[in-house]
Design a protein around this ligand. Structure first.
Ligand code: NDP
Length: 487
């Protein structure tokens, strides 16, 4: 299937596909081969301004006035078109992100349902009547859209993150500008083409590509942008928070993580091993909720590690296009360098890096950005390698004595995105769930985000919630109205 354009990808501004005002392009790569996959036009400041103005005009002229039924109908049409093109989009993600094709297909399976879900909860965009002190006064609330939203996504799950931001933003009556990661812009371009076909009015969805520091910054600080929904690293998130503060913009930040997976001695070890291994294998560990600190009770540490290492030894690392591949490359040369630097640092700090998996490369994939699954044995939680988000197939293995020790270590992190624990003791599971400083907790299973449950971090893992009903609240503002019926 030929899924990549040979011509440079254009920007979508209002009703126009355009090369942009300066006509510059940048390359996007196939991380499995290190070769150029496609070229993409880069937006200038003037292009960003034009996209924001188009979104603002579309909001004022028609989108804010559409009925819930109309918005729902368009989102459902988009869901059907997505389903039609799902396989094609999955291949684009495999070629541009380096995800094994089996994983790309699997991760996009829920996207049509996500769009249908947000079409379905549009009726939640409503207010209520509130009895206030005076019987002559009718007090009610109106839930209103915010206006123009900037949606900024990272490179690890370009499509699922875009869909889960777009659905609620559009459902709530906002217009949007997408700014995909410069590293992986192609799947968003394929999605953008579906909006016109689905019948969305021009300007409701716009796409600008380019560097975060220029295009992204210009977008988030634009005075006509009312809300920024950002997923990415904590440093960038904090920068966006600072640069939007003077305009007091609404900001939702989904940031990094260093999630613990806690294995108590009474745990079903085979299940815990499967989840731990899955977190390092899936998308080469480039997953914000991946459990990258394995906290194992001392008495079962050897048994757990034996099983985990056995599993990791069998991992097939190779071409993402091969259906038998379990783990592809990292997304870029820079990410590979970063991960290798952290493995080196862990060794210098006194941990013992243990490398697993089988590297199955042919001539085409030889120069790709591959790193094999690596456990950092004998780690302790205060090591920098156990505190920083590495964002690769690397897990620190840390021992603990008892429940209190496990909780203390788990919470000893500047992040608080997700936590997983395995135990047969229900009381302990619930005590831990309460005590963990984390936006998501999973007990005896892995954390799998879904479009219909709220998701967001504690501490430096973010602000606000996306997905679920909360995403509608995040995308709207509430107005209180009083009417004196006695006049
Ligand atoms: P970055 O923070 O580098 O970039 C994320 C996005 O922000 C990209 O589109 C980037 O553009 C853009 N950007 C960069 N600087 C600015 C700026 N000043 N203003 C506006 N936009 C900007 O993250 P990565 O792409 O490297 O993604 C990896 C990170 O994302 C990890 O730390 C991971 O934890 C986090 N993440 C969090 C998730 C969550 O839900 N909590 C989910 C997935 C990932 P460009 O790439 O073009 O520079």
């Amino acid at each position: 299937m030929n899924v990549i354009d040979s011509q440079p990808y254009e920007l979508l501004i209002g009703q126009r596909w355009t090369a942009g005002s300066q006509g510059h392009t940048f390359d996007t790569l196939n991380p499995a081969t290190g070769q150029v996959l496609a070229q993409v036009h880069e937006a200038s400041e003037a292009d960003v301004d034009a996209a924001v103005r188009a979104a603002h005009e579309a909001y004022e002229k028609y989108w804010r006035k559409t009925t819930p039924a109309e918005r729902g109908r368009l989102l459902r049409r988009l869901a059907a078109l997505f389903e039609r093109d799902r396989e094609k989009i999955a291949w684009i993600e495999t070629l541009n992100v380096g995800k094994p094709i089996t994983h790309s297909l699997d991760s996009l399976k829920a996207m049509p349902s996500s769009l249908e879900y947000f079409a379905g909860i549009i009726p939640a965009v409503r207010g209520e009547t509130i009895p206030v002190g005076d019987n002559d006064v009718l007090n009610f609330t109106l839930r209103e859209p915010l206006g123009v939203c900037a949606l900024i996504t990272p490179w690890n799950y370009p499509m699922t993150l875009t869909v889960n931001k777009l659905g609620p933003a559009l459902a709530a009556g906002n217009t949007v500008i997408l700014k995909p990661s410069e590293v992986t812009p192609l799947s968003a371009m394929a999605l953008a083409r579906l909006f016109e076909e689905a019948g969305f009015p021009p300007g409701v969805v716009n796409v600008v590509n380019g560097q975060g520091a220029t295009v992204g910054e210009r977008l988030v600080t634009h005075s006509l942008v009312s809300r920024v929904s950002f997923t990415g690293g904590t440093v960038t998130g904090a920068r966006i928070q600072a640069s939007t503060a003077s305009d007091v913009k609404r900001v939702t930040l989904e940031l990094g993580g260093k999630s613990p997976l806690i294995v108590f001695a009474d745990a079903p070890l085979d299940k815990a091993v499967a989840v731990a291994a899955g977190d390092i294998i899936k998308n080469s560990g480039q997953v914000c909720i991946a459990c990258t600190r394995l906290l194992v009770q001392e008495s079962v540490r050897d048994e757990f590690l034996g099983q985990l290492q056995q599993r990791l030894d069998t991992v097939r690392v190779g071409s993402p296009s091969d259906a038998a591949t379990e783990m592809g490359p990292l997304v870029s040369a820079a990410q590979k360098k970063r991960v290798e630097k952290y493995i080196q640092l862990a060794g210098d700090e006194g941990a013992t890096p243990a490398v697993h998996g089988n590297l199955l490369l042919d001539n085409a994939t030889q120069p790709g950005f591959f790193v094999r699954p690596t456990l950092l044995l004998n780690s302790h939680n205060r090591m920098q390698s156990a505190q920083d988000e590495i964002f690769g197939p690397v897990q620190s293995v840390i021992g603990f004595r008892d429940e209190a020790d496990a909780l203390r270590i788990a919470n000893d992190s500047r992040y608080g995105l997700a936590a997983v624990l395995f135990t047969h003791d229900g009381g302990r599971a619930l005590r831990m769930a309460r005590g963990l400083q984390s936006g998501s907790v999973a007990i005896n299973t892995g954390v799998r985000t879904s479009f219909d449950a709220p998701f967001g971090g504690y501490k430096q893992s973010g602000i606000g919630k996306e997905r679920g009903l909360e995403a509608i609240y995040e995308n709207t503002q509430l107005k209180n109205v009083k009417y004196d019926m006695g006049v």
